[in-house]
Write a protein of this length. Structure first.
Length: 174
């Protein structure tokens, strides 16, 4: 009998603990991501930043070379107007214009690919807005060059370089 009384006292004492443990909610949502996902995400962001940096380098080099070509073309066109140009000079101007058009088409394609990559890569999507429109600006530079406005095309390209630099600064270093 003593044993039964002791058992009932212990059960009464442990009853609140048992009910508390049964009503307690367990949270299984973790806010941390697995290390592999974090590493993959950081690598995608680094690759995106690398792509932007490569485009900046390519455009800067192209604008530098374009400046020299524009100067040479201006001098040649002046000699053409004065009827002092040889047929070789005229042919060289035409060749330079075609090279500029082709290179601008390549720049446009590269920037279009960059925008597409940023839009379609989940880890880069949040930065896509910062480079949005650079491809359209490259198309504008193409049209300006085709119309013979090479200085305007070069200024448009410099604007693209500035926008890409701002975008690169917005991407965190991981």
């Amino acid at each position: 009998m003593k044993r039964a009384a002791l058992l009932s006292v212990v059960m009464v004492a442990l009853l609140p603990v048992a009910t508390w443990s049964q009503t307690r909610r367990r949270s299984s949502t973790k806010t941390t991501t697995p290390a592999a996902t974090t590493t993959k995400s950081a690598e995608a962001v680094r690759n995106g930043a690398r792509q932007v940096a490569e485009e900046i380098k390519t455009l800067s080099h192209f604008v530098y070379l374009l400046g020299g070509v524009i100067t040479r073309m201006d001098q040649a066109e002046t000699s053409i107007r004065l009827n002092e140009a040889t047929p070789a000079v005229t042919a060289q101007i035409q060749s330079d214009r075609e090279k500029i058009r082709k290179n601008l088409a390549d720049v446009h394609a590269g920037l279009d690919k960059l925008e597409t990559d940023f839009r379609n890569t989940p880890d880069l999507n949040r930065y896509a807005l910062s480079i949005q429109g650079v491809s359209a600006s490259a198309a504008t530079a193409e049209k300006q060059a085709a119309a013979g406005h090479l200085d305007d095309a070069a200024r448009t390209l410099l604007d693209i370089v500035n926008r890409l630099t701002d975008a690169l600064l917005a991407i965190p270093r991981t």
